[in-house]
Design a protein. Structure first.
Length: 522
């Protein structure tokens, strides 16, 4: 019997023994750098040095040196996955679940090193990095249980005398996982675990900025008991993912990333290649332009820290991060003043320093993009704060910026920035705020701060977003508690970490049998 699911508890970083354990793990990791990441197909790892990942806070520090998959290796990986699919699909769900649960136990044993790796490779501050490890464990635990439930307790069907009707879920085949860098542990492992739990074989193409984290995930899955033919690692740049998406034998693509890439994947999946025998299913999470509504009766003691945390933790590099505040004009001045003061005291610094809220962004191109938005805010509106002091000179740092009094067509109000820039605008009432949210093409997360339960009900009815948070930060969704996923251009399909996410990776099969026998088989 497997115990009921519970979320993996995060470390209590106010305790010095916990901090000391993380710093010890970081020191041990640093002595091992750079990590060597192979193209890993079956039992045939190939080392190479085509890709390099560096520390965003110290670009001279090389974290991992990785091989990059060639077109021939993409073909080989898919062929091995096709070959291994029948055996993994025939493995009972409880045995597949056992492999995932053992992998979760391995991650628990290595959690300090994994968190340290996320700190180094993606500049995730300690609390964010530890939460990334915990969410990765949660996905393994949650989907292991979900796969058993799909096999052992499928939906019941109507039965008539003389007829037996059964419904079962079958794996779709080969799953290509195309993962982002901002959650280098949880998101790739969540998508891979869903595919594996339901009996599919999986090929993981990690973000080119985080091959080291991906290697640790695949290593844990294999050590947990997932066969080599069921999980492959294909590091590389965009062309590797594009080749997987367009391959006729890839049945499902699980993607998290930008809208531009997601739309390209959806368009490619709609075209059946020569010799193709299925329609490629795409599970895509594609970002957001997330708004927080603050009504006139809101408790600003809750709203200000909640908005600041949602907008600036991890330098705003979350698809769920707050990017736009719609505040009732009656409290706008008070909120703006307090937001500016709260942002001015944020700790901008290296990710490996405890207490850092705003680390560097992932790479130089991201820094340049964020700086362009911040400059636009200063040129066309009013910048309330743009911390230019105490910002480290080395690394890809962007000071947190709050801008207001922007024109209605400003890019800061409509485009996903993916960095520490927050736009604030005044509205006459909640309905006006809802109108502006409804105009957006994105619909991932949203927030509401108010005291009136009727206002809450009204905004819930009007909000198009996939995840609406009331009187709390709009980031930090927990597996099993806040299944996560968006609507409109923010994504397709159901929510990760929710009860129906696994259905993306299976096909239902109904068998109807006439039970009125005519004669006996001897």
């Amino acid at each position: 019997m497997i115990a009921p699911f519970r979320n993996e508890p995060v470390l209590e970083l106010r305790r010095s023994p916990q901090r000391d354990a993380l710093l010890e793990a970081l020191g041990a990791l640093d002595s091992d750098l750079p990590l060597r990441v192979p193209v890993w197909i079956g039992d045939e790892p190939r080392m190479g040095d085509e890709l390099t990942s560096t520390d965003p806070g110290d670009p001279e520090r090389v974290v991992a040196v990785s091989a990059a998959a060639t077109p021939a290796e993409v073909e080989h990986a898919v062929a091995r996955a096709v070959e291994g699919a029948p055996a993994w699909a025939a493995t009972p769900a409880d045995a597949r679940a056992g492999a995932l649960l053992r992998a979760a136990a391995i991650l628990r044993e290595r959690r300090h090193r994994l968190a340290a790796l996320a700190v180094r490779e993606c500049a995730k501050p300690w609390a964010e990095a530890d939460a990334d490890v915990c969410e990765a464990i949660d996905f393994l635990e949650y989907y292991a249980r979900g796969a058993i439930a799909l096999e052992q307790a499928p939906p019941g069907l109507l039965q008539l005398p003389g007829e037996r009707n059964t419904l079962a879920y079958r794996p779709r085949g080969v799953v290509a996982v195309i993962a982002p860098w901002n959650f280098p542990l949880a998101i790739p492992l969540g998508m891979a675990a869903a595919g594996l739990a339901t009996g599919n074989t999986v090929i993981l193409k990690p973000a080119e900025q985080a091959p080291g984290c991906a290697l640790e995930l695949v290593r844990a899955l294999r050590e947990g008991g997932v066969p080599g033919d069921a999980i492959a690692l294909l590091p590389g740049e965009g062309e590797v993912g594009a080749a997987l998406v367009r391959h006729r034998d890839v049945a499902t693509v699980a993607f998290t990333g930008s809208v531009a890439v997601g739309l390209d994947i959806l368009a490619a999946a709609a075209r059946v290649p020569a010799g193709g025998r299925h329609l490629t299913r795409v599970v895509a999470e594609m970002g957001g332009k997330n708004c927080v509504i603050v009504d006139a009766d809101a408790d600003l003691d809750d709203a200000v820290p909640g908005i600041v945390r949602s907008a600036f933790d991890f330098a705003g590099q979350k698809c769920s991060a707050a990017s736009r505040v719609l505040v009732h004009e009656a409290v706008a001045d008070a909120l703006i003043t307090r937001l500016a003061g709260a942002v001015d005291v944020l700790v901008v610094g290296q990710a490996d320093t405890f207490g850092t809220a705003v680390p560097p962004v992932i790479e130089h191109a991201a820094q340049e993009r964020v700086e362009r938005y911040a400059e636009l805010g200063a040129r066309t509106g009013r910048v309330l704060t743009a911390r230019a002091f105490d910002v480290p000179s080395a690394g890809w740092f962007c000071p947190p910026t709050v801008a207001c009094d922007l024109p209605g067509d400003s890019a800061l109000l409509h485009e996903e920035i993916f960095g520490p820039v927050l736009a604030v605008e005044r509205v006459p009432n909640v309905d006006a705020a809802c109108d502006r949210v409804a105009e957006l093409a994105f619909a991932l997360t949203g927030g509401l701060y108010c005291r009136n339960p009727r206002t809450v009900d009204h905004v819930v009815q009007r909000s198009p977003v996939g995840n609406l948070y009331v009187n709390r930060p709009i980031t930090g969704a927990m597996v099993g508690r806040q299944p996560f996923g968006g609507n409109r251009l923010s994504g397709t399909g159901s929510k990760a970490g929710g009860p129906d996410y696994l259905l993306h990776f299976v096909e239902p099969q109904v068998v109807t049998e006439n039970t009125v026998r005519h004669g006996l088989v001897v």
